[in-house]
Design a protein around this ligand. Structure first.
Ligand code: SF4
Ligand code: SF4
Length: 147
């Protein structure tokens, strides 16, 4: 989740004589490019079959091989999720996250949930991060939610 896109809703029928209204997402008040990727460290990032197929195709792998390598089935929540790997700041993070460069390595094929998050113009973690960075006088400070 290192980039944000604004997707206008385009009317289906362009010949419609009525004045077309284009709805826009509210301008985000967070900047994923300045964030260490907190949301990518959520323990359960649920994905769909379509997400898995897209990522498998992206890596030119058969689905069964991609599932084994990149995804895990969560028995408790009864859903597929992204595997994690170790992270210095948050303990663990999505296995597609580059822990040095702090960015998504599968951005073009990322799951739907990563595209839509945080689904509003604000991000709670980013507000917290911005406050802590100002407070500490350190624009690169990485705020964590555990003591
Ligand atoms: S935690 Fe918020 S600001 Fe950070 S990458 Fe995720 S959506 Fe972007
Ligand atoms: S796929 Fe990319 S955007 Fe989604 S959680 Fe993993 S690193 Fe973050």
């Amino acid at each position: 989740m290192t980039e944000i896109s604004i997707i206008p809703v385009i009317p289906v029928d362009a010949s419609n004589k009525k004045k077309a209204t284009v709805k826009r997402k509210p301008k985000p008040r967070y900047d994923c490019l300045k964030c260490p990727g907190y949301c990518c460290s959520y323990p359960l990032i649920e994905i769909t079959e379509r997400d898995m197929q897209r990522i498998a195709k992206h890596y030119k792998l058969p689905l069964y091989a991609a599932k084994k390598k990149f995804f895990r089935y969560d028995k408790k929540e009864k859903c597929w999720a992204l595997r994690h790997h170790k992270d210095t700041h948050f303990g663990s993070i999505c296995r597609f996250f580059h822990t040095e460069e702090r960015r998504c390595t599968v951005y073009a094929a990322r799951p739907g949930v990563c595209r839509s998050y945080p689904e509003k113009s604000t991000c709670g973690y980013y507000e917290f991060l911005r406050f802590e960075r100002e407070h500490q006088g350190d624009p690169s400070f990485v705020a964590t939610t555990t003591p």
